[in-house]
Design a protein. Structure first.
Length: 695
């Protein structure tokens, strides 16, 4: 198996080569390359498939106990400064390689059906391949500098893909918003990197952690300065993984095609932030202040995302806030010291969230045949309903994802989320309570999403609902573009409409199941979404034996699943019972409101308008940022323009005017007569003498 490690560098290089070849073809022979749609897709999928096979080989080797492998070469040197580049393969890298390649591979297969009629089909595949290569390069990076290089490449690719339909104003605005927001976090990451190198003279993760601890213990470096450097580094994951307060870009990223939404939210961009926290864990774990900041940032983000998701009517934006909330769980776990649990949830979430996003894309693809291509209609759950009858495969796999993310046993999300809550309770009951409450809200909004989309009667031909959405769209300009939550009076879905009016852009009165290339990835992803959590049960935690914090020793058990001691079993049953119980409460409330219509959500919203509007308007955070940063920047720019116009330009213009006038005046003294010049000199000397005598 040693040979496969020597060729591990091919994993990021293969998709990079595919993206480069297709990209050069699009630049040099645009028309010919664009016409080779299926050929380009097959080429990209095949190269990523080869990378996936290599990834599984490395994972298999690491699973069976192969030592970590590192290949390095000197990239830059100046005096005592030496910067090495290369790649490293350890357990964490092997796991991430498998997650990224499998999700990306299935997304690329799905893309063939979803983007079949898009003129940018080949360009989209080139971007996907480059995006996958960037994330794979980040995963195998052996030091912080190399991670930063690929970190920026991931950000660049997200910019290209979110704004793929750049001729649409919302997409262009969304990619700019993602780019600018991430620049804030990346600037903090860069400052933190430089600060840590200044203190430790190393970019190696383990070395930085060891030396930083020694410096603080010996008093050579103050504890607050070490904490500052670590928090600055944490700003990078805050932006990439959409943590408060840099989370605002993630919901807007839904303006990109659904396949890229699935890839960003499952295995690439947002996963990069959690992965970096894991890599930097040797630096963070010995600084309690930093760990508390990380934990509470994650906890608040989890709660914030969940409370916003409960009023979203755009199916993709609802899933986006769900991702933000689940990322908060992972970050909270890392901050609470539950390293393994955080990464366990990263793995399970990657599969069920990829499936949920691809399922939403399948729904949108079908809805467009009825209501047209306007996302205000095709993505709004008020236009859906009853889709289970028309799309049984999509509905079934989506339901598996809902059960998994809601923490219903034995689906994957139950084991990973319960692991986080149990370990967090041991660290901080307050953190546990926030996570526990968020779990109930998660179950509520996910089952609400399922019931509104797949149950009841189909509402896609209801002109009254279209009118409501259109009115909201006209009101929601600027920051609030796109379909949002419903007004309290419109929360109740009237079913049973029998309108035969059809949208002018649609060509069917009923939805239909998506093609095989779209439903096959859904079926494949449903398997890990249901079963992969079994590798991390408390009865035998295979995942913890494979993935654990650096320096921590976990002994592998020789037996398979085994009974827990009575005390541990009771603890597990109590914690699991609490998490499942709150999930079932959320499920029941969603069922009573949106399936059986026993509770009127409009009446509830009318009684608590402040809380309802707080959720609907995303806690007004986007509005605050718009007024403070966007409008504030414009006001500052106008003030600077005034200063430039009146002061800078004024001085320049005044200088020119003085020069012009003095030149015009002096030309009359230039007559060529020596006597006149002597008279001027005499007058000047006389004036100086008089002035000296007076003073």
């Amino acid at each position: 198996m040693e040979t496969i490690y020597q060729y591990a560098w091919l994993i990021p290089v293969l998709p990079l080569a595919a993206a480069t070849i297709i990209g050069l073809g699009l630049i040099s022979f645009s028309k010919a390359t664009s016409s080779l749609r299926q050929g380009a897709a097959m080429f990209v999928v095949s190269t990523l498939g080869a990378a996936m096979v290599l990834s599984f080989g490395l994972f298999w080797s690491q699973w069976h106990g192969h030592a970590p492998y590192t290949q390095m070469f000197e990239w830059a040197a100046a005096g005592d400064f030496h910067l090495n580049m290369g790649y490293t393969i350890d357990n964490l890298t092997a796991l991430m390689l498998v997650i990224v390649t499998t999700v990306a591979f299935l997304v690329m297969i799905y893309t063939d059906g979803y983007m079949a009629h898009d003129p940018g089909y080949v360009r989209f595949y080139a971007y996907l391949s480059l995006f996958s290569s960037s994330m794979l390069g980040l995963v195998v990076s052996p030091n912080l500098v190399q991670i930063y290089i690929f970190w920026e490449l991931v950000g660049m690719c997200s910019y290209l893909l979110i704004g793929f339909w750049y001729d649409r104003k919302p997409a262009a605005a969304a990619c700019q918003k993602a780019f600018v927001t991430n620049r804030v976090g990346d600037f903090g990451l860069l400052l933190g990197m430089l600060g840590l190198y200044w203190a430790t003279h190393s970019f190696d993760f383990g070395t930085m952690g060891t030396r930083l601890t020694e410096l603080v213990e010996t008093g050579a470096l103050s504890g607050w300065l070490a904490a500052l450097f670590a928090i600055l580094v944490f700003m990078g994951p805050v932006a990439k993984s959409a943590q408060f307060p840099l989370h605002v870009w993630l919901p807007d990223a839904m303006e990109g095609p659904t396949p890229i939404s699935a890839l960003i939210h499952a295995a690439t961009m947002v996963a990069a932030g959690v992965f970096l926290i894991a890599r930097m864990f040797p630096v963070f774990e010995d600084i309690p202040t930093v760990m508390n900041v990380i934990a509470w940032t994650g906890a608040f983000t989890a709660f914030l995302g969940a409370t916003i998701a409960i009023t979203q009517m755009d199916i993709k934006k609802g899933l986006a806030y769900s991702t933000m909330s689940q990322l908060g769980y992972m970050v909270m776990a890392m901050g609470a010291g539950a390293y393994t649990a955080g990464l366990f949830h990263l793995m399970t979430h990657a599969y069920f969230k990829a499936m949920l996003f691809l399922g939403s894309g399948s729904v949108i693809h079908s809805m467009e045949s009825v209501v047209g291509h306007d996302p205000a209609y095709a993505q709004d759950m008020r236009m859906m309903g009853g889709l289970r009858k028309f799309m049984p495969i999509t509905a079934g796999t989506f339901f598996v994802g809902v059960l998994a993310i809601s923490g219903i046993p034995p689906f994957a999300g139950f084991w990973s989320k319960d692991d986080i809550l149990g370990l967090t309770f041991a660290t901080s009951p307050a953190l546990w309570f926030v996570g526990w409450l968020t779990a109930g809200i998660t179950a509520f909004y996910m089952f609400r999403m399922y019931f509104l989309t797949f149950e009841g009667e189909f509402r896609g031909n209801d002109t009254a609902v279209k009118g409501v959405i259109k009115d909201e769209q006209l009101k929601a300009l600027g920051l609030n573009f796109g379909p949002g939550a419903m007004n309290p009076q419109e929360l109740v879905m009237e079913t049973g409409h029998d309108s035969h009016d059809n949208d002018a852009h649609g060509h069917s009165h009923t939805p239909h199941e998506s093609p095989l290339t779209m439903v096959l990835p859904l079926v494949v992803l449903a398997v890990p979404s249901a079963l992969i959590g079994l590798v991390g049960t408390p009865f035998h935690n295979y995942f913890e034996e494979f993935i654990h914090a650096p320096g921590e020793v976990v002994e592998a058990s020789a037996t398979g699943f085994h009974a827990l001691p009575h005390e541990q079993l009771m603890e597990f049953l109590i914690m699991a019972g609490n998490s499942v119980g709150i999930g079932l409460i959320g499920l029941t409330l969603a069922s009573l409101m949106y399936l059986r219509h026993k509770i009127d959500p409009a009446a509830i919203a009318a009684k608590i308008p402040t809380l309802y509007n707080l959720s609907k308007n995303k806690w007004y955070i986007d509005d605050i940022y718009y007024n403070v940063f966007v409008l504030g920047s414009r006001r500052l720019a106008r003030q600077v323009l005034e200063v430039d116009y009146k002061v800078v330009d004024g001085v320049v213009n005044l200088t020119g005017l003085v020069t012009l006038l003095s030149g015009e005046a002096l030309k009359y003294f230039e007559n060529g007569r020596a006597q006149f010049y002597a008279l001027i000199v005499f007058a000047a000397v006389l004036g100086l003498v008089i002035f000296s005598g007076v003073s």
